[in-house]
Design a protein around this ligand. Structure first.
Ligand code: LLP
Length: 432
């Protein structure tokens, strides 16, 4: 199997950077997420350089939802990244990681009054998703005696080749404002007393392995940008969102690169803004591309069962990695302590959760698996821990970060007590 440069095999063990993953599993326990900080930094630099080499006014906002550990936000912030934040929590995380309010965009189709107040208080630009929200934000800014910086999220209504649950730029999606209604929306914003339109935003979907949809979206966005310029909006940025996919099937999936993305999108962008007579910043919001391949999920085999199907029953399930269950997604798996052994038998890697759908990987040809083996589930850095739950009263795992020779926890393992610590006894039960 093709491995990215930060993963390798030595003496039959799988390594991340310079660290033996089997040793890490034994030292920190399982289940365990392990992330390579340098890989994330490399991914970021590559993405940024691909765009900035063609258009210097390009800016990468990391989509914090992909992996919200503050250590990763700090690492990316130190390199100059901003962030796409999708909740008050993510906004606070990004600020606590040292990112500047001006480098954040507050996204989302359903923001609460307190979300809007927080954005106004910190002067974070809001990507507004409805006229209702626009007027609420205007009122919030007025009450605070401030002006809110806004963009609208455009829904370009395209065909997006990805899993339907993560296609957002399609006409039926809950996100954004239909592009034909976007001019009236900006006119309404201009008429508001306390909002200032400064940008325009779209995000068409996630895990997209073709470049063409991004080009189509860019065509829509520069058309909109020209129209907005025509009605007097001074655009500081055009944000094309995230969505570039990664090859989860290492040997067979297409591998679109940031360079291909930039070579296809930037000329369309440049032509459009030149035609409009403007030079806004070009913002993008990758999540998956920056972090997905940086992490592995290590899970220990509790037992093996042979029958109609063979199962390796492991200690991580969809409580820690919901992607296979939710999107039928594929992740490569490697028996980390038998990484050089020949494949012998087909197994499904089954989690400990009380549901038939709790299969991390189906029907994989692997070396003979036995209790105590450590299975590495690859490409779990995006939407892995960030979508984890405590289902079945299972504490969430620890997370280890490696950097060169260094390794350290970036999140401690929860205990059952942590899971129950927010439960309180209603008064009528206390009397019993
Ligand atoms: N910008 C916005 C407004 C977003 O909603 C997202 C992702 C991104 C950027 C980053 O997209 P990316 O570059 O990571 O594709 N849980 C799903 C993915 C959901 C994506 C949600 N929004 C999965 O595991 O595949």
């Amino acid at each position: 199997m093709n491995l990215p440069p930060h993963l390798s095999v030595q003496d039959g063990h799988l390594l991340i950077g310079r660290h033996d993953l089997v040793a890490l599993a034994h030292e920190y326990g399982t289940p365990l997420y392990v992330t390579d900080e340098e890989r994330i930094c490399d991914n970021y630099q590559r993405y940024r350089n691909a765009l900035a080499s063609l258009y210097p006014k390009s800016k990468v906002l990391y989509a914090a939802k992909a992996n919200g550990n503050v250590s990763l936000l700090r690492a990316l912030g130190n390199l100059g990244a901003g962030a796409d934040v999708f909740s008050s929590g993510e906004l606070e995380l990004a600020l606590s990681a040292g990112m500047r309010p001006g480098d954040l965009l507050f996204n989302g189709s359903s923001k609460s009054p307190s979300d809007l107040n927080l954005a106004v208080a910190h002067g974070v630009t809001v990507s507004v998703d409805s006229l209702d929200e626009l007027h609420q934000l205007d009122a919030a800014a007025k009450a605070a005696g401030k002006n809110a910086r806004v963009s609208f999220r455009v829904n370009p209504a395209l065909h997006i080749p990805t899993h339907p649950k993560i296609a957002t730029g399609v006409a039926s999606s809950k996100f954004g404002i239909a592009h034909e209604k976007i001019l009236p929306a900006y006119r309404e914003a201009i008429a508001c007393s306390n909002v200032v339109p400064v940008g325009v935003h779209c995000h068409i979907g996630s895990q997209i392995l073709e470049i063409e949809p991004f080009v189509k979206a860019t065509e829509v966005m520069v058309r909109v940008a020209k129209e907005l310029t025509g009605i007097g909006v001074a655009l500081e940025f055009v944000d094309l969102g995230g969505g570039l996919g990664i090859p989860y099937h290492h040997d067979t999936d297409p591998r679109p690169t940031p360079e291909e993305y930039a070579r296809a999108v930037v000329p369309v962008f440049l032509e459009g803004i030149t035609d409009a007579g403007i030079s806004p910043e070009l913002w993008v919001e990758p999540g998956r591309y920056l972090v997905a391949d940086s992490s592995v999920l290590l899970t220990r085999v509790n037992s093996v069962k042979f029958g109609h199907k063979n199962f390796a029953n492991v200690d991580a399930g969809f409580n820690l990695l919901i992607r296979p269950t939710m999107y039928n997604s594929y992740h490569e798996v490697i028996v980390a302590n038998k990484a050089s052994s020949p494949a012998e038998e087909t197994y499904s890697i089954a989690g400990p959760i009380c549901e038939t759908g709790d299969i991390l990987a189906a029907d994989r040809l692997l070396p003979a698996v036995e209790a105590g083996d450590i299975i590495a589930v690859l490409d779990t850095g995006a939407y892995g821990f960030s979508m984890a739950s405590q289902y079945n009263c299972r504490p969430r795992s620890a997370e280890v970060l490696v950097h060169g020779e260094d390794k350290a926890l970036m999140r401690i393992r929860e205990t059952t007590k942590d899971v129950t610590s927010t439960m309180v006894t209603p008064p009528w039960q206390q009397q019993r």
